[in-house]
Design a protein around this ligand. Sequence first.
Ligand SMILES: [Zn+2]
Length: 54
Amino acid sequence: MADVKKSKTNVAARQEAKSATQLCRFCGKKVEVVMTLTSSGRKQMLRRCCGAVV
Ligand SMILES: [Zn+2]
């Protein structure tokens, strides 16, 4: 497909964006990452700060 090259770069860009979004959207500090289990037993990463999930 013609989108293969594009999506590869998008993955890299997305990972960069992911690591850049570890800051709280309210106070701008590093957020606390907590692992929780969903009701269906799956692991879930939650970023918490300022008393909310950010
Ligand atoms: Zn915060």
